[in-house]
Ligand binder design. Sequence first.
Ligand code: COA
Length: 160
Amino acid sequence: MPDPLITLRRVDGDRGAFIPLLLEADESEPMVRGYLEAGELFELTADLGGPAAAEAVGAVLLTPTEPDALEIKNIALRAEHRGRGLGRAAIGAIATEARSRGAPRLVVGTADSSAGTIAFYRACGFRDSGRLEGFFDAYPEPVIEDGVQAHDMILFEMLL
Ligand SMILES: CC(C)(COP(=O)(O)OP(=O)(O)OC[C@H]1O[C@@H](n2cnc3c(N)ncnc32)[C@H](O)[C@@H]1OP(=O)(O)O)[C@@H](O)C(=O)NCCC(=O)NCCS
């Protein structure tokens, strides 16, 4: 099956409405509110072949980082749109956007407890690039997923 077509639509207005969705990727509301206004927020829309030309399926927050990379600070698809290749297509669209801006690298980090998300980034072509030890120990509340507590941030990069 060809990759579904994902488009990045920049959000120029109020970002607050996206907080519930962004909390699906980062459960700490103080952290999400802390970076909400950074970088650029995009709504992810997909042509799913239905009556609507483009359906809103998720969101991604991109921030410039380090000397030259673009970071996926937060990415989340609405629950009903997960597990069907849209995440992979979204990473492809984000990589195309980053490339068009001349960014040589796309980077992203996730918790060491998030086995599924780690598998997702590897499946999408990211390679492991490091680890921020104790990153999640500094969160206001412990981050626990499926009974596993997060401690370190696993870093990934994709060369563009
Ligand atoms: C993470 C997320 C963006 C992935 O998008 P998705 O549409 O569900 O993923 P896809 O269907 O495109 O999967 C792409 C590949 O990743 C793999 N993958 C995705 N989720 C996985 C999981 N939980 N466990 C193992 N592999 C997984 C798929 O098997 C697929 O690989 P394959 O094509 O080789 O089979 C989406 O599930 C989501 O929004 N989750 C909630 C928010 C979140 O956790 N965000 C990331 C925080 S850093």
